[in-house]
Design a binder for this molecule. Sequence first.
Ligand SMILES: C[S@@+](CC[C@H](N)C(=O)[O-])C[C@H]1O[C@@H](n2cnc3c(N)ncnc32)[C@H](O)[C@@H]1O
Length: 252
Amino acid sequence: MNNKHKKNLTHFGFQEVPKNKKTLLVSKIFHDIASKYDLMNDLMSFGIHRMWKRCMIHHSTVYTGQKVLDLAGGTGDLSIKFSRLVGNSGIVVLVDINDSMIDIGQKKLRNLGILNNVIYVQADAEALPFPDNTFDCVAVSFGLRNFTNKEQALFSIHRVLKSKGKVLILDFGVPIFKILNTIYDLYSFHVLPKIGELIAQNANSYRYLVESIRMHPDQETLKNMMMQTGFNNVKYFNMTCGIAVLHCAHKY
Ligand SMILES: C[S@@+](CC[C@H](N)C(=O)[O-])C[C@H]1O[C@@H](n2cnc3c(N)ncnc32)[C@H](O)[C@@H]1O
């Protein structure tokens, strides 16, 4: 395969696909699993994703009156929590590329009585439709690994953050103990697709999710990518022995 052709490819799980097809393929995955997404999250992580998200919210230090972007916000778990923190004088913008995920999120928030301070925008993280310096905080939970061009998305986040604003990225990492890696691999490649088949009648989508975790940059690589984008004070916190990682940084 020549270099020019290789340059136009990116990974979609363990497959290589043309860069201009990945966003559509990812979108299809989330259309297919949207209705079971919340249930599957609880089952697959034994509910631990809730603790990881709580920890992310704690690190955000978001307060009343602020503007927050919940990027790749999906079914709105973070938006629920941010809406309570920013209150009626603040605003949360949930952005996702996938309308099925947004619909489910919007219904969930409405059922909780959250009507006034969350807005929903269907857009691509790599080309955010907001002016420069708009948000006090941008949070991305379990979204970054699905983006086609992560560097582009990081630049886009940097652009829309206000000066002194904070970015938080929660995603899967590389477990810090080798033995844990082996157990985690067995669980991910053999058990998760079976749960996906049983509950969501969709083993392939869950196979993609597992593969995309393995293709995601490790803790240090993502930290370097964020520094290269121009973020300052980049730190990360391993959670559950590095199965999940929270990266935090500022724009100065
Ligand atoms: C694993 S879900 C995470 C949802 C939510 N943030 C959470 O933590 O539960 C990933 C989300 O990223 C969205 N997504 C994927 N690629 C995107 C892109 N390029 N721009 C915006 N959202 C994207 C998907 O539609 C999906 O809703």
